[in-house]
Design a protein around this ligand. Structure first.
Ligand code: PRP
Ligand code: URA
Length: 236
């Protein structure tokens, strides 16, 4: 399923129609494995070890969907044991960066890197203040400057109030990341985060297992899956 999210729906968006470059694209792949692992992750009775497995698998399958028709390929003449042929390979000149948002994004990254083992990984550690829900950064391993055509995958399972993903996007763009070349992989996305992304980065593509309806007063997505970091690492 593809949902097009229009920035005009966002109250604070002051841009006129002519200036609207594009709409945020949110892909919710209708894949049975993605549905299955989301169900495991949502269930409050799932133990931490299995929860982590679910996040790793979601990272793998959502990455599989996100890189479809995104990674450039080249055709190369080869010889099979029987004859000459032409084979298609991922262009080795493509620069791919993966950015897990710590802590919970590390579990998605684990699945992602099984498909993209040669991608460079830049860690970004963010944590929300439990009262103000504001995100702050405790680790920033982003490069000084991304190459212009770097394809960037951001891995953050929960897009809730949007504070964390907006912080991450702003930092990445400051370092030369091009929103047209950025894809976000999340497990559950909620309207406040999608509205902020749509208003500020409308050319983004998001791959998520589900869009949930709301964020409660404590900043948790409902129905959601609880605290993704704590459940991934058994710290609750
Ligand atoms: C969680 C989650 C996101 C963030 C989303 O991180 O992994 O990064 O909350 O919430 P937001 O959209 O309201 O900013 P958390 O701060 O709980 O840190 P953790 O991953 O270390 O548990
Ligand atoms: N962070 C989480 O881990 N869960 C939520 O529901 C929202 C933010």
């Amino acid at each position: 399923m593809i949902v097009l999210y229009n920035c005009l729906a966002e109250k604070n968006c002051t841009k006129g129609l002519n200036e609207m470059p594009s709409q945020l694209r949110i892909y919710v792949p209708p894949h049975p494995l993605i549905k299955h692992w989301l169900g495991i992750a949502r269930d409050k009775n799932t133990p931490s070890t299995l929860f982590k497995t679910a996040m790793v698998e979601l990272g793998r399958w959502l990455t599989y969907e996100a890189i479809r028709e995104w990674l450039p390929t080249i055709d190369v003449d080869i010889e099979t044991p029987l004859t000459d042929s032409v084979a298609t390979f991922i262009d080795p000149n493509t620069t791919i960066a993966t950015i897990p948002i710590l802590r919970a994004g590390l579990t998605l990254w684990e699945g992602c890197q099984t498909l993209l083992p040669l991608a460079t990984t830049y860690h970004l550690g963010l944590v929300r203040n439990e009262e103000t829900l504001e995100a702050s950064c405790y680790l920033n391993k982003l490069p000084i400057k991304f190459k212009d055509d770097t394809r960037i995958l951001i891995l953050d399972p929960m897009l809730a109030t949007g504070g964390s993903i907006m912080f991450a996007m702003n930092e990445i763009v400051k370092k030369g990341g091009n929103p047209d070349f950025i894809r976000i992989i999340s497990v559950v996305a909620a309207p406040p985060a999608l509205q902020k992304l749509s208003a500020h980065y409308p050319s983004l593509n998001i791959y998520t297992a589900m869009i949930d309806e709301q964020v409660n007063d404590s900043g948790y997505i409902v129905p959601g899956l609880g605290d993704a970091g704590d459940r991934s690492f058994g710290t609750n």
